[in-house]
Design a protein around this ligand. Structure first.
Ligand SMILES: [Zn+2]
Length: 205
């Protein structure tokens, strides 16, 4: 199985397509529908898994429901997304109305088997999706290439929780990291996660 990466407007969040599953969709409905249409994927994508409800990752979710895909997000993201606090004069969250509410720990069998790992810190209901067979981790804004990690200064962010979440991720066997922004880590992603955990522990306290 090959993973397609789509860099989406307006803030260059990564969306990924793996088989029938899409992970995050960006914030521009017209853009993502045009992409899916031009690549013959309109009838292919059946499920949209959101890593969190920030508008740059989730804003276009309704377009996916419009083409018949089921949308999943963690329960802890729903309340804050409804109250939708502002950051930098913008509404930070998309009030998602999901078809599937996740609680963390479940394994979704969608042609690709993905374990839902609740990783709060960047936002209350942030999750990572882990394929244990392939050692792939779709990490949203929790961890990035090069030991980067998500910011915790937005409403709903929590430094101590982010550190615990990163620690939880260091316990996984990860080869390939598919983060919510910037480049994919093609091998030995374990090391980047440990680095992120160690840096976060030093700078967030
Ligand atoms: Zn975010």
């Amino acid at each position: 199985m090959k993973v397609k990466r789509v860099i989406t407007p307006p803030l260059a969040a990564n969306a990924y397509i793996a088989g029938d599953v899409m992970i995050d969709c960006g914030g521009d409905a017209e853009f993502i529908l045009r992409y899916l249409s031009e690549n013959g994927l309109i009838k292919k994508v059946r499920t949209l898994l959101l890593t969190h409800a920030h508008f740059d990752h989730a804003g276009a979710y309704f377009a996916l429901q419009g083409i018949g895909a089921k949308v999943a997000i963690h329960a802890d993201e729903l309340e804050i997304a409804k109250s939708n606090p502002m950051a930098y004069g913008m509404l930070l969250f998309t009030p998602v109305e999901p078809d599937i509410v996740l609680k963390g720990g479940e394994v979704l069998d969608l042609g690709i088997k993905l374990k839902v790992i609740h990783t709060p810190g960047h936002s209350p209901g942030s999750v990572c999706y882990y394929d244990a067979d392939r050692k792939w981790l779709f990490s949203g804004d929790t961890v990035f290439a090069g030991g980067g990690f998500g910011r915790v200064d937005f409403p709903g962010g929590d430094a101590a929780k982010l550190i615990s979440s990163l620690k939880k991720l260091t316990e996984l066997d990860v080869e390939v990291l598919y983060p919510g922004h910037d480049e994919v880590v093609e091998d030995n992603a374990d090391r980047e996660i440990v680095k992120a955990y160690e840096i976060a522990r030093r700078v967030l306290f």
